[in-house]
Design a protein around this ligand. Structure first.
Ligand code: DNO
Length: 345
């Protein structure tokens, strides 16, 4: 296991030096944020980012994310050129020492929450999701907290129209086409692709979502068996679906997981949830059982603490403040150390 920490680049209020001070964190998970989606990432920029992290004693072996252009998800004729650009980015990242690329294949919207600053009784704040509240919103006029309003309204409308009639199978076929297109570059570069599950793992606003459960992974690996085709095992995303048995999934796919996002949820009713500090006692996911299933089944990938609360007066980026994620890294590191040592005996 290699413990990492997400860092949003030079604009992240958390300096690399602070990340370096968290015991056991050996690297950052980061990205270039100023390259338009679909363009190949310039190698000098990748090299500069790597130099900045290494100057502070941190490795840059995981990228989250290289975003996938909507035309690829839609299967439009422009996709071949876009897939070629993606493959170019993969080769360049490989030359700069990157070993794992996290991405997702969610149409239009990435992760969705309805509250980014839910007040907890102890004075901390966390992210929360209320299904009815979200379903009551007009997707053309979304002003969700945290939702990156980078689409102009007309653009968003055109995109939503373009997905009309797209089935789960269509979207899945487009994912397979994409992966088949980039696998040669991944093999050449020694990079594992790690698809992030859909968050939350169900359809949104009539848009299909396809990486939601065990069946999704069985289909994914059957279609693209290449060992560089892997998953980001995100307990918070998958765990929102009460049907997902996370320790069983962790055990089954441990060797196909180059990257794990480990975080805790508290269930509220059948769909709703709020996020919690990482430890098992703070919520409904058994973090100990999940980590044990990973370790005992041969997981050897990167881990990062995922969304934390805002605590101790910090007003950090929701989910991505320093303190609670640092506590999470320590807690998870402790679980891994104990289970790894017991497993070796
Ligand atoms: C949210 C993140 C996601 C994730 C992407 C991966 O906190 O887990 O935004 O980075 O879905 O492509």
């Amino acid at each position: 296991m290699k413990m990492t920490f997400r860092w949003y680049g030079e604009n992240d209020p958390i300096p690399l030096r602070y990340i370096r001070q968290i015991p056991a964190v050996s690297g950052v998970v980061t990205a270039l944020y100023d390259v338009p989606v679909g363009e190949a990432w310039p190698e000098e920029k990748i090299a500069r980012l790597k130099a900045a992290t290494e100057a502070e004693g941190l490795l840059m072996e995981v990228i989250e994310s290289v975003p996938v252009h909507e035309d690829i998800k839609l299967g439009r004729p422009t996709r071949d050129a876009l897939i070629e650009n993606y493959a170019t980015t993969i080769r360049r990242l490989g030359r700069q020492g990157v070993r794992c690329v996290c991405y997702n294949f969610m149409p239009v919207f990435d992760w969705l929450r309805t509250d980014l600053r839910r007040q907890n009784p102890d004075g901390s704040t966390c992210l929360a999701y209320c299904h009815d509240e979200l379903m009551g919103l007009d997707p053309h006029d979304l002003h969700l907290p945290g939702w990156d309003e980078s689409y102009a309204p007309a653009e968003l409308q055109a995109l939503l129209d373009a997905y009309k009639g797209m089935t789960h199978k269509d979207l899945f076929d487009n994912l397979v086409y994409f992966l088949q297109g980039i696998m040669p570059a991944c093999n050449e570069a020694g990079i594992d692709m790690a698809i992030h599950p859909d968050d939350p793992p169900w359809d949104m606003f009539g848009l299909p979502r396809i990486i939601t459960d065990e069946g999704s992974y069985d289909r994914l690996f059957a279609a693209v068996p290449d060992p560089h085709n892997g998953i980001t095992f995100c307990t918070g995303s998958l765990g929102a679906s009460r049907q997902n048995d996370l320790p069983a999934m962790a055990a089954k796919y441990a060797r196909r997981i180059p990257f794990a996002h480990l975080r805790q949820l508290r269930y509220e009713g059948t769909h709703d949830f709020s996020e919690a500090g990482h430890l098992t006692a703070a919520g409904d996911l058994d973090m100990y059982a999940i980590v044990r299933a990973l370790v005992q089944n041969g997981f050897s990938g990167y881990v990062r603490p995922d969304h934390g609360r805002n605590i101790w007066g910090e007003d950090g980026k929701p989910g991505y403040g320093l303190y609670d994620r640092a506590l999470g890294a320590m807690y998870l590191g402790g679980l891994f150390e104990a289970i790894e040592k017991e497993t070796k005996q």
